[in-house]
Design a protein around this ligand. Structure first.
Ligand SMILES: Cc1cc2nc3c(=O)[nH]c(=O)nc-3n(C[C@H](O)[C@H](O)[C@H](O)COP(=O)(O)OP(=O)(O)OC[C@H]3O[C@@H](n4cnc5c(N)ncnc54)[C@H](O)[C@@H]3O)c2cc1C
Length: 615
């Protein structure tokens, strides 16, 4: 028996949980929201440290889902919701580089000698690509050259994912960077096209909305609104067990300050990490489901917020740190997100972001150590002096990134089938569904889950960045389907062992011709024809019959209709046909490459710009 009975229990007060409660409140149904942390907002919270506000990563508000946008606009007024221009550059070797590359800026930053070496290494990669192209390192360096790859891709990617770039599947780079190359990047920059062909998408990447005092402001306001409408939002409370029987969840056992209570409900919405949800089931889930849940992995994240006694450090919202000498991956300048994020405009608050695994060396260091590390690294890369750092604090965020490894898809299938049998619990949100997605995805899944409680039949697992939404459609579902389609434009992507599907149609239709193989084949055919024709004439009776063949001696010095001449003829014919074949294959690949380039043109810029986003 439960100690308390509610109609709806929502686990987690992040964007997904609070959106569910908000939508329920609109429909007149109160929810009991349980949050483990002492603040709401989940990963999208804003921390307030002595009046300095900062995010867990910087959280841009951008979506193409109108229902999500509508909620944002109804919760915060237009004065509270700022439209910000985006500036985010790469910081390397004490220089700032624009992304996408701008030639003069790149040349100035890298220096003439280095730029020449980069071009030389690019040409080398084009002439002698590394094969097989089965890992990230190979894929990127084949397209950008080894030097540029080392400067702009290797270090940051390895910092984010915590694994050597040569162990990351090539498919991820292919999916992420699509068909981009150095030439394309430079051409984009030179022509200043700067457009993906979609004005809306361009707007999304160049500017974004942001609440005056960070994303937490949105979620704190929503928590207030749902409480006013009769819901409970209880923070500092952990869901310890989830009891189920047959095909229903009966109750959750919660723990607050050592006090335990069981809450029964008719319906449950969970946003807690999927792995944890399965581990907390009572009785335990079948062994194969537990094994699947245990195989889900996460990448964790910590922010070292440093307060500096300086008004301006850099103008960007955030910068990417590609310097291998330091561990920091990205630095946020929160004042540039909104001036309201700092209590005093003569000061600056920087968020130094470190990607790590829960429990590893970095994670386990004391806060004081991490603050010292942050200040030291800031000075090492030349952004600020150690002595300018006045104060600091550390926030650790476990499970910031659900990892898409080789096993996660199969694991999700098993878990999904099992959960599908429990008729009164729905899992939504980022870790709730093990989906590496943004706030809008979390919100949309929560909104659709609430509709399901009122009779709709949305399959929430189909709400994904790059998937079609398959279901029998009613008019509401058609609307939902179109909203799901638009999600694809705003979701980040992660390394995944996925089949190389991007542009597979084009790639198959215009498969690259192997120049060497074609040239050798053509050379052999031509050489053998000359050789056998000459021998044939020699055997048949020489000169009279072979008068026409003698003409070859005009072009092939030393050729005669003789056995030696047959061999000389073979060598000459092979060489000419080889050169001709190689040139032909090269030109063919080049022209078809241009055609493919044109076809992909619309999406390239966006892919390039978004390459390092959302890590
Ligand atoms: C570095 C970084 C940058 C990002 N940038 C952006 C961005 O620019 N724009 C954007 O839209 N999105 C961004 N995101 C993604 C965004 O943070 C998430 O999509 C969003 O917060 C997910 O919301 P959620 O409610 O699904 O999950 P969460 O935010 O994870 O919330 C889940 C909640 O459940 C609680 N919980 C977990 N277990 C229990 C338990 N046992 N009992 C009780 N409560 C529990 C957690 O404490 C948490 O509060 C970023 C993420 C990261 C890591």
């Amino acid at each position: 028996m439960s100690d308390r009975r509610e109609r709806v229990v929502v686990i987690g007060a992040g964007p997904a949980g609070l959106t569910a409660a908000y939508q329920l409140a609109k429909l007149g149904r109160a929810a009991f929201v349980i949050e483990r942390d002492h603040v709401v907002g989940g990963i999208s919270r804003t921390v307030n440290y002595k009046g300095y506000h900062f995010d867990i990563g910087g959280h841009r508000f951008f979506t193409k889902v109108s229902a999500v946008e509508q909620i944002w606009k109804e919760v915060l007024s237009s004065e509270e919701f700022l439209r910000r221009r985006r500036l985010s550059r790469i910081y390397y070797n004490q220089k700032f580089f624009h992304y996408p590359l701008k030639p003069l800026n790149a040349l100035g930053g890298l220096g003439l000698v280095n730029s020449c070496l980069i071009v030389a290494s690019y040409l080398w990669a084009k002439l002698f690509p590394k094969l097989p192209e089965n890992n990230f390192e190979c894929w990127v360096s084949n397209r950008f050259g080894w030097r540029l790859y080392q400067t702009f891709f290797k270090t940051y990617t390895e910092k984010v994912w915590g694994m050597p770039a040569h162990t990351i599947a090539a498919e991820w780079a292919a999916q992420r960077i699509k068909g981009l190359s150095l030439l394309v990047a430079l051409k984009n920059a030179l022509l200043k096209s700067g457009s993906s062909g979609d004005g809306v998408v361009k707007t999304l990447i160049d500017s974004f909305d942001y609440p005056q005092r960070g994303p937490g402001m949105m979620w704190e306001r929503i928590a207030e609104l749902v409480k006013q409408r009769g819901s409970h939002v209880t923070v500092g409370t952990v869901v310890d067990t989830i009891s189920w029987r047959g095909n229903r969840v009966e109750a959750v056992r919660i723990n607050r300050d050592g006090h335990s209570e069981s809450i029964g409900a008719d319906e449950f919405i969970s946003t807690m990490p999927l792995r944890e949800l399965i581990q907390k089931l009572d009785p335990p889930a079948p062994p194969e489901v537990e094994a699947a849940a245990n195989s889900l992995n996460y990448r964790d994240f910590l922010t070292v917020a440093l307060m500096l006694n300086r008004a301006d450090v850099f103008p960007d919202n955030w910068i990417y740190i590609h310097d291998p000498k330091v561990s920091v991956g990205r630095i946020q300048n929160f004042k540039n997100w909104s001036p309201h994020m700092v209590p005093d405009q003569t000061k600056t608050c920087l968020g130094l972001e470190y990607f790590c695994f829960e429990g590893d060396g970095l994670w386990a260091r004391t806060d004081a150590d991490l603050i010292e590390l942050g200040a030291r690294e800031l000075e090492a890369i030349g952004l600020a002096k150690r002595s300018e750092v006045e104060d600091g604090t550390v926030v650790r965020m476990p499970k910031a990134y659900p990892v898409y490894d080789d096993t996660y898809r199969d694991a999700l299938k098993v878990i999904r089938t099992f959960l599908g049998r429990l008729e009164n619990i729905q899992v939504v949100g980022r870790n709730g569904m093990h989906r590496y997605n943004n706030q809008d995805h979390s919100m949309l899944t929560a909104m659709l889950a609430v509709e399901n409680m009122f009779g709709a039949r949305h399959d929430l697992w189909e709400v994904n960045a790059d998937q079609e939404y398959h279901e029998e459609t009613t008019s509401r579902e058609i609307q939902a389907k179109s909203q799901m389609g638009t999600l694809a434009l705003t979701q980040p992507q992660v390394p995944a062992s996925v089949p190389l599907t991007a542009h597979s149609g084009l790639v198959t239709a215009f498969a690259r011709m192997d120049k060497l193989a074609f040239a050798v084949a053509l050379g052999l055919v031509a050489g053998l024809v000359t050789f056998t024709a000459t021998l044939f004439l020699v055997i048949k009776g020489g000169e009279t019959v072979g008068r026409n063949m003698y003409l070859l001696s005009e072009f092939f010095f030393g050729y005669t209709v003789s056995v030696t001449g047959a061999m000389i003829g073979f060598a000459y014919s092979f060489l000419w046909a080889f050169l001709w074949g190689w040139t032909f294959a090269y030109l063919r690949n080049f022209i078809l490459g241009l055609m493919i380039y044109r076809a992909k043109r619309k999406v390239e810029l966006l892919s390039f710009r978004e390459f390092v986003d959302h890590f």
